[in-house]
Design a protein around this ligand. Structure first.
Ligand code: SF4
Length: 143
């Protein structure tokens, strides 16, 4: 993404994500786009504002949590301290995500690792992992 290589826009899983985003939680839907973040919805729960991120399954819970933590981190930098929720309508699940110190430290480690990769002349050799099968970038790695 740093080199503006975008995933295939006709990728089935991206399409499923798009359909999900367009068709669930319509009452709360307030998509917010900034150059860094794209928030699916902001809702009020128990009098508090909550950022919601909609996912199609809990299979990728950790990356989804990190994505939401990144949004919470960016909002915190703007002076907005807010909680997050991963919403998985198909599984009727709602997972609360708080930006703890531990999660923030984890994000900072990830930022440094990403910066190291971006600085390289060549990307690291791809390694087949379980996420590859459904990854919208797979053509770049395995074509
Ligand atoms: S295809 Fe696999 S190695 Fe390549 S970007 Fe996707 S998950 Fe990473």
């Amino acid at each position: 993404m740093a080199h503006e290589l975008n995933p295939r826009q006709d990728d089935t899983f991206l399409e499923i994500g798009r359909i999900l985003h367009e068709n669930v939680y319509l009452r709360d839907k307030k998509e917010i786009n900034t150059p860094d973040i794209k928030i699916d919805l902001i809702k009020k729960r128990d009098g508090q504002l909550v950022v919601g991120e909609v996912k199609k399954s809990s299979r990728f819970e950790l990356p989804a949590k990190m994505q939401l933590a990144f949004y919470l981190y960016k909002l915190k930098k703007q002076g907005i301290e807010i909680k997050g929720e991963l919403l998985i309508p198909k599984e009727k699940k709602r997972i609360e995500v708080k930006l703890t110190h531990a999660l923030e430290d984890r994000l900072k480690v990830a930022f440094n690792e990403i910066k190291e990769i971006i600085k390289r002349d060549r990307p690291p050799e791809p390694k087949k992992i379980r996420w590859c099968r459904n990854c919208a970038y797979k053509d770049f790695c395995w074509a």
